[in-house]
Ligand binder design. Structure first.
Ligand code: ADP
Ligand code: MG
Length: 670
């Protein structure tokens, strides 16, 4: 039987049930999966030197002949194999640990290619466990050494070497097994190589150039998948209609005059962008991205005011009841001079009246309300976590005319990501903070100053003249067997030591919503001074007298998340503080501290997110599950040029017929 891409990997030599089940944990069950499992790094061993050059450089690939190979057993039970090799001019000793069979493998006079490096210990120089492969007399016949070879992610029972060996059985068949699915014209225009060739070269590159071409092709496929999704969404949206909202400039000016401050430039620009959208007979689909405290609410209020002025209704959705109530109060206040009917709708309190045109502020409970206003024409969603879209669809498909849609987030999302994740969405960004803001003093507290930090907080809290409040944040709810602290234990410890005579409360994600809300409301009412919490405290919670946030085991959080936490303070006109304390013993200490120090010296969420993104990748920063962020193996998420190119191609394909497009999109490399 001829192998096909759908054949089980057991059809390869050397793969039995045991190996098959090991491969399962890498998501590899058939030949096609194996071929699409690509190396994450490469080593180029094509530059083969002699012993002399190897000795000079101290590392690399060299060709040598075995002189002898002896097993040595030491008194301490450590055994190793000493191998002497030579070439026409020089000799060299190699040491292999725990592989006594090598004394048989390395037969005198045999030629081998070695790849390794010299380790210097005092005066002695040693070469430990170099890679080796028998030299066949013809480099083109080598499997690994003498070639550019890839290293694969490994798992229990599956080594990179094993993966390479299995693929080698398929090497010549890859082009046959992976038939091209992209039209020839596109390959020619975009100068892309065939998929089969690309996959063969990605495993067994002939040269750095051919590897590069393979990467270009596969990266293009990854981006094209996203591009097709984006272009399809755009096409679907373009078929939708909505009712235009006429902008009343006099009203807007009146609104601006009613505010106790002047808008920042960025706020103005965002309002203009939104107004330009809602005057159209085609639905707005916009994301308003601005740091915590950048003033998104007033931008939203401008749009709401115009919507209601035209006789339509609007809805504003918040993720929690606390935030919904907060918005309800703020918007009632902001819109007071304009006689607008503002209603609150949360699960415990539904007050939808029969007033004709109104603003409803609420949680997602509104979604399950049957009678949404017939004249609903603007939907605003605040803090739509995880970039979710399902609920949006639910909201937007309710009527013949689609309401205009605005989503707001305080998660700073760098431009490069918004293009890929929100390709079919327009993005407005507020980068500039209101002028009157006092910068939050952010300090890195070394672990030995931890106690001093708590003492300082305690003193500050007890200062009757200011009555300020503090958050203390931990990564865990309960202890595990690491040195990471948990809220429960620290709550016990701190209330018995540093915070003995101040009022402290505990908050974490496993508590009931009702209890969480009560604690936050009580904190806002100053019923206690310190809140010891996990990172659950919502983005956007507005407690102006909370001026201190201490974050322990701080390196456990992403910088974007630390920034969100920092945004919980600095919401009033008092000087605020954010203290980050690292764990006692941390892996990769230097790197972790460098990240934390970057955080303490940068106040813009966009800077922090961009830095985090370049250091840790989008999955780590925003969480991959449900986030809508594609997981690219090759393409660079921020490669806007590639995205633009892919989108052009996607549009071309879209013009042909839909079934071809779906077929292609299912086959694309991912
Ligand atoms: P966020 O973007 O986090 O939702 P808010 O809309 O809650 O921010 O605004 C934060 C605070 O800043 C509010 O108290 C608001 O009144 C105030 N604010 C908004 N815009 C300005 C401005 N241009 N100048 C001064 N204060 C402003
Ligand atoms: Mg807000």
């Amino acid at each position: 039987m001829r192998i096909s891409a759908r054949s089980k990997i057991t059809s390869l030599n050397g793969v039995g049930e045991k190996v098959q089940s090991n491969f399962k944990s890498l998501d590899i069950s058939n030949i096609g999966d194996l071929i699409r499992f690509i190396p994450f790094k490469y080593r180029d061993t094509t530059d083969i030197s002699d012993i002399k050059t190897f000795k000079e450089i101290g590392e690399g690939t060299f060709l040598a002949q075995i002189v002898n190979a002896k097993n040595v057993f030491t008194r301490y039970g450590k055994n190793f194999t000493k191998v002497q090799v030579k070439d026409s001019e020089n000799k060299l000793n190699l040491t292999f640990f725990s592989q006594p069979y090598l004394s048989k493998t390395f037969q005198p006079k045999g030629w081998y290619i070695f790849d390794g490096k010299t380790t210097t210990k005092g005066k002695s120089k040693n070469i430990y466990n170099p890679k080796y492969e028998k030299y066949s007399g013809d480099i083109s016949m080598q499997i690994t050494l003498g070639k550019i070879f890839g290293t694969y992610h490994e798992t229990k029972g599956v080594t990179s070497r094993q993966i390479r060996k299995l693929l080698l059985q398929l090497k010549d068949d890859i082009p046959r097994l992976c038939k091209e699915y992209l039209p020839k014209t596109i390959l020619e225009e975009e100068k892309l190589i065939n998929i089969g060739e690309a996959l063969a070269q990605i495993h067994f590159p002939d040269s750095t150039q051919s590897l590069q071409l393979a990467r270009e092709r596969l990266g293009f496929d990854e981006m094209l998948r996203i591009a097709i999704k984006i272009e399809k969404q755009i096409e679907e949206q373009s078929r939708k209609t909505s009712l235009a909202i006429k902008i009343n400039k006099t009203l807007q000016n009146k609104f601006l005059k009613s505010l106790p401050y002047k808008l920042t430039n960025d706020q103005q620009v965002c309002i203009t962008e939104i107004f330009d959208d809602i005057v159209q007979t085609h639905p707005m689909n916009r994301l308003l991205n601005g740091d915590v405290g950048s003033g998104k609410t007033v931008v939203a209020a401008s749009a709401i005011l115009q919507t209601l002025n035209c006789g339509y209704s609007a809805i504003l959705l918040a993720p929690t009841t606390v935030l919904a109530k907060q918005h309800f109060e703020t918007l009632t206040q902001l819109l007071k001079p304009f006689k607008i009917d503002v209603e609150l709708c949360i699960s415990t309190k539904k007050t939808i009246s029969d007033s004709n045109n109104k603003l409803i502020v609420g949680t997602h409970a509104i979604l399950f309300q049957k009678d949404l206003p017939k004249n609903l024409n603007l939907i605003i969603v605040d803090e739509q976590h995880r970039f979710g879209v399902r609920q949006r669809e639910q909201l937007l498909n309710i009527k013949e005319n689609t309401p205009h849609y605005l989503t707001m987030t305080a998660t700073p999302i760098p431009r490069s990501l918004t293009e890929v994740v929100f390709g079919s969405t327009q993005v407005s960004t507020i980068k500039e903070m209101p002028k009157n803001r006092i910068d939050i003093k952010t300090k890195y507290v070394p672990i030995k100053k931890r106690v001093d930090c708590f003492k300082w907080v305690d003193t500050k809290i007890k200062d009757k003249s200011s009555s300020e409040q503090a958050f203390v944040i931990y990564p865990l709810i309960e202890d595990n067997d690491t040195n990471i602290r948990s809220v429960k234990t620290q709550y016990e410890k701190l209330t018995n030591s540093h915070f003995k005579d101040v009022k402290v409360a505990l908050l974490h994600g496993k508590m009931k919503d009702k209890d969480k809300n009560k604690i936050l409301t009580d904190f806002k009412k100053k019923k206690f001074d310190i809140l010891i919490s996990t990172s659950v405290i919502e983005v956007g919670i507005d407690i102006p007298t909370a001026t201190i946030i201490v974050i322990e085991n701080a390196e456990r959080f992403g910088l974007a998340q630390l920034h969100q936490l920092r945004g919980r303070v600095g919401r009033g006109d008092l000087q605020s503080y954010c203290f980050v304390i690292p764990s006692e013993n941390i892996d990769e200490r230097e790197k972790a501290l460098e990240r934390l120090k970057y955080f303490t010296t940068h106040k813009s969420g966009f800077d922090v997110a961009q830095y985090d993104l370049s250091q840790r990748g989008p999955g780590e920063v925003y969480g991959v599950v449900q986030s809508g962020i594609p997981r690219f193996k090759i393409a660079d998420l921020s490669d806007i040029k590639l995205l633009t190119k892919a989108r052009q191609v996607a549009r071309k394909l879209l013009l042909e017929d839909n079934s071809t497009l779906d077929k292609i999109s299912n086959k694309l490399f991912k």
